[in-house]
Design a protein around this ligand. Structure first.
Ligand SMILES: CC(C)(COP(=O)(O)OP(=O)(O)OC[C@H]1O[C@@H](n2cnc3c(N)ncnc32)[C@H](O)[C@@H]1OP(=O)(O)O)[C@@H](O)C(=O)NCCC(=O)NCCS
Length: 144
């Protein structure tokens, strides 16, 4: 399986990106498609992973300060999980953070994703917010 990781190129690809993000990260808990969007969408670096014409994963990077980048919106289609797609996306976002001068990356990890981020060198900093009063998150950090 050759996975291509790149920025969305068209409005249609961007729409698919927002749709996958929402389906994987939000649909179970809310019908609002806007709920996962935040104030960083305009300036963020959006990343998509493709298996041929099929969108299979997403990730996003934005800057909180010139030194601090943040990863959000990591989502992989269920059938493609544990095959390395998430790792590919995360490494590409880290590369982008380095190129743009970040010194470290922060993220809020869902409990089920903590071991994934640990494997990629992220350290647990603190317990973070609890989304929809149901999904505990952990603040994690990696120097880049
Ligand atoms: C978290 C998530 C983005 C990770 O993406 P992924 O594509 O599954 O990640 P990878 O395949 O690179 O790695 C996942 C695991 O599979 C293992 N793996 C990687 N390649 C593998 C392969 N070829 N064969 C078997 N296992 C493999 C990795 O070691 C890793 O193990 P771990 O979970 O114990 O750390 C994805 O599982 C997901 O979308 N989950 C639901 C939404 C979510 O929780 N998002 C994160 C919000 S913070």
């Amino acid at each position: 399986m050759a996975i291509e990781v790149r920025e969305p190129r068209t409005q249609q690809e961007l729409d698919l990106y927002y749709d996958l993000r929402w389906r994987v990260l939000r649909e179970q808990w809310t019908k609002s498609r806007e709920s996962g969007r935040d104030e960083h969408e305009q300036d963020a670096f959006h990343l998509t992973a493709w298996d041929g014409p099929k969108l299979v994963g997403t990730g996003r990077l934005h800057f909180n300060t010139p030194d601090e980048a943040q990863v959000r919106c990591m989502a992989v289609e269920e059938a493609y999980r544990s095959t390395g797609v998430g790792g590919l996306i995360l490494r590409t976002l880290e590369q982008r953070a380095r190129e743009q001068g970040a010194k470290f990356i922060m993220l809020n990890a869902r409990e089920g994703a903590v071991s994934f981020y640990r494997k990629h060198g992220y350290q647990l900093m603190d317990q973070s917010n609890t989304l929809f009063n149901l999904i505990p998150h952990w603040l994690m950090r990696k120097d880049v």
